[in-house]
Design a protein around this ligand. Structure first.
Ligand code: COA
Length: 265
């Protein structure tokens, strides 16, 4: 972490927070003093994440839910407010992905990703609103460059994440008068994540991705987490309805970069 924010007395709940970029976000909030809840599909993984945060002195709880299941998501909120009280920062980061051409994907494959990414985001925000500390709460949806850049092998994710960003902008309008800010963060290619391993499995593809990023490197989870620390803070008090890439310029470079590299060119 290169920046300093004080989150003592704040509660943060992170769906998908048990691994990868979202765990990095959870660790960053915890390091700044927040009480953090991480939610994942796998109970063992969730407990490992909780222990990792606690090992660094953070206060953490973990929960299990599939964001496709509205009732399960609701139960997580009930448990978190029992454990920690109201939510100041809500991060919706659960996502699914696999690379496949549209012609190599069954309707159920497309539906699975749309249900996790898009319907899951609706579930998390819809069920979560009544547990937010209003006014003042900050909601973040973790989107993806696919929301902005048409990418081969990613028709399901492109469609789902574009929808996620429109939920962000719509709810910023609906919830703004109640004092709730809603923003999207777009992580670029982040090193060491399951997503990158799936999208760029060979060294040649990794090199192509790095060359395609204007800042000439893959990102780190902390590059994204620092942006989330900003968005959750009072420094961002007048920022809502924004789609904010933390991506080294990858989205600005557009299909000239990442889209073709995902095809191995
Ligand atoms: N190519 C084509 N289709 C695929 C696929 C692939 N690589 N991987 C899964 N699918 C299809 C399956 O065949 C199935 O369709 P079918 O019933 O018509 O055969 C459908 O997707 C659902 O697969 P299943 O494994 O049953 O779904 P799931 O709900 O257990 O998993 C996924 C959801 C598919 C998104 C899975 O990739 C996943 O669990 N991802 C979570 C982790 C992740 O993606 N992390 C990266 C985040 S960026």
């Amino acid at each position: 972490m290169n920046v300093s924010f004080d989150y003592n007395g704040k509660n943060v709940l992170i769906f998908g927070g048990t691994s990868g970029i979202n765990l990095g976000i959870a660790e960053a909030y915890a390091a700044c003093g927040a009480i953090v809840g991480v939610v994942g599909r796998n109970a063992e993984k969730a407990e490992v994440a909780r222990e990792a945060i606690a090992a660094h002195g953070g206060k953490a709880f973990c929960y299990t839910a599939d964001v496709r299941d509205f009732e399960a998501v609701t139960e997580v909120y009930k448990a978190f407010v029992r454990d920690a009280d109201k939510i100041d920062i809500l991060v919706s980061g659960a996502a699914g992905n696999f690379p496949a051409p549209a012609l190599g994907m069954s309707p159920n494959g497309f539906k699975s990703v749309v249900e996790i990414d898009l319907l899951g985001t609706f579930h998390v925000l819809r069920a979560g609103f009544e547990y937010l500390n209003v006014p003042g709460a900050s909601v973040m949806n973790i989107s993806a460059p696919q929301a902005m850049i048409a990418m081969p092998l990613q028709s399901h994710v492109c469609a789902a994440k574009a929808g996620v960003d429109m939920i962000t902008r719509t709810l910023a309008i609906e919830w703004g008068p109640m004092g709730v800010r809603v923003n999207s963060v777009i992580p670029g290619p982040i090193d060491g994540t399951e997503g990158m391993a799936r999208l760029a499995p060979t060294q040649k593809m990794r090199d192509a991705v790095e060359k395609a990023v204007p800042l000439q490197r893959m990102g780190l989870p902390s590059d994204v987490a620092d942006v989330c620390l900003f968005l959750g803070s009072d420094a961002a008090r007048y920022v809502t309805g924004v789609i904010l890439p933390a991506d080294g310029g990858a989205v600005a470079a557009g299909s000239a970069g990442m889209g073709m590299s995902s095809m191995g060119h």
